[in-house]
Design a protein around this ligand. Structure first.
Ligand code: SDX
Length: 428
């Protein structure tokens, strides 16, 4: 039975179709609003606006639910490998044993990047932020694979580009890290898993054997799964809008990496650690920093707190908080920053300001503490987020392409000067 919402303005009443999702979410479809009424909607930051239909990830912000293709994040984080989750997001179903073997075998044979790309890394200044290098290098991949640029690419072409990108991002990420620490890169090893290969390329050296710590590998696997997709967040919306112009996948993902870099988004995991270090250095007066976060005249925000969708605990934060205890204990790491984070959470969640606004720890609040324990430097934290989010970005780009979504081009309400004549200035 069709359902409608009624809109009355200026003695004109129109019916707008109401659509329901598979999880009973409801939306007013305004795709014909301007034609029927001359009106557009205005929604800064798209807080109330759905951009598309999607079958990939479901969030319930009130209940703290996150599911990839119907599977609960808690189960996937506990039982799945990151390779299985990336396959699930991209292909829509968990892989069979044979399909997973085919997928892993394809990925592992695309892990090398063109040797010419080393000269680009050597041109970056020492200390260049790895997110800046990563975004540039991913876009550069499109120049080495011109076939990826054509808009009439076949599904086989798209699949090859997807596998190339999934395979090469860890290689590029580790090369960005090695550039800044002045150590030689090591080449990926085909017998290693996706996460093992990344750890090997990050911390391995050509001069010695490298032993993968299973605790580190398992923690990395869990963190990548927890970051793999999150419906229409800022960077995913960016990937979809860029891709909607029929730009190639490399350029679309490069734009997503840039959007993720911002401290209000994925860059928050780096900002959280810098904030906790600052609080520690300042003597650890937590109430002082809570008051600063509440003070509208102060630009300070409690990084890692709050979320556009979750007005309750971010289910990923719960999992990461527990993993932080387990990983640090297993590695014998005692990090005072974890205690400060936990105390800060306790103080904030007793404060009306945070409770009434539904500001809880999000995915970025505890993740940096684990990355630190794994030996990953702070400036690489958002790169880790990008590594995890890559299959989600790709799945969303692929869905947008397959659904032939129209080019993304929002309207506006103009508030500038009305028409005025050009007057030549004397003597010009
Ligand atoms: C990610 O969208 C996703 O799914 C993103 C993500 C993903 O997986 O892709 O989950 C990953 O980006 C997580 C968020 C990481 N960012 C941070 O931790 C930065 C700190 N958080 C905030 O900047 C903020 O909470 C946002 C950006 C996350 C959400 O901002 P919104 O939805 O635009 O909310 P808002 O800024 O309008 O805040 C509502 C109120 C405001 O106060 P009032 O105007 O009602 O008085 O809450 C206040 C804000 O001032 N507020 C905060 C706060 N976050 C919101 N006050 C202090 N500290 C904060 N962190």
């Amino acid at each position: 039975m069709s359902e409608f919402a009624q809109l009355t303005f200026d003695e004109n009443t129109i019916q707008l179709p109401v659509v329901r999702g598979s999880e009973k979410e409801i939306a007013v479809d305004i795709s014909k609003l301007r034609g029927q009424s001359g009106l557009i909607t205005l929604d800064r930051g798209f807080k109330n606006t759905g951009a598309t239909h999607s079958a990939i990830t479901f969030l319930d912000g009130e209940k703290g639910i996150l599911r990839y293709r119907g599977y609960a994040i808690e189960e996937l984080a506990e039982k799945a490998s990151f390779a299985e989750v990336s396959y699930l997001l991209i292909y829509g179903e968990l892989p069979t044993v044979d399909r997973l073997s085919w997928y892993n075998n394809s990925i592992v044979h695309h892990t090398l990047v063109h040797e010419n790309m080393k000269s680009f890394f050597s041109a970056f200044p020492l200390g260049a932020h790895p997110m800046g290098m990563l975004s540039a290098m991913v876009s550069t991949l499109s120049t080495f694979y011109p076939g990826s640029q054509s808009s009439n690419r076949s599904m086989e072409d798209i699949e090859l580009t997807i596998h190339r990108l999934i395979a090469k991002l860890p290689t590029l990420a580790s090369q960005a890290y090695k550039h800044n620490v002045g150590l030689p890169t090591v080449y990926p090893q085909n017998e290693l898993s996706y996460t093992e290969n990344f750890l090997y390329m990050m911390f391995g050296l050509p001069t010695e054997e490298f032993e993968i710590n299973p605790v580190v590998d398992s923690a990395l696997n869990k963190l990548l799964i927890l970051h793999a997709d999150h419906e229409q967040n800022c960077s995913t919306a960016t990937v979809r809008v860029v891709g909607s112009s029929q730009a190639n996948l490399y350029s679309s993902i490069s734009a997503g990496i840039s959007a993720l870099w911002g401290p209000l988004h994925g860059g928050a995991n780096q900002a959280v650690i810098e904030m906790l270090e600052q609080i520690k250095l300042d003597g650890g007066d937590l109430q002082k920093w809570i008051e600063k976060a509440k003070d509208k005249s102060d630009s300070f925000r409690l990084m890692g707190f709050g979320h556009r969708v979750y007005k309750n605990f971010d289910p990923r934060a719960r999992i990461i908080k527990k993993a932080a205890d387990d990983v640090l204990e297993a590695l014998g790491v005692d990090d005072p920053i974890l205690d400060i984070a936990k105390e800060l959470e306790q103080v904030a969640l007793k404060d009306e300001y945070f409770v009434e606004r539904g500001l809880y720890p999000n995915v970025d609040f505890y993740s940096g503490i684990i990355y630190r324990a794994l030996g990953i430097p702070t400036e690489m934290f958002t790169v880790m987020f990008a590594l995890g989010r890559l299959p989600g970005w790709i799945a969303q780009w692929k869905e947008m392409t397959e659904n032939n979504d129209p080019i993304g081009r929002p309207r506006q309400v103009y508030t500038g000067p009305t028409e005025r004549p050009f007057v030549e200035i004397d003597g010009r």
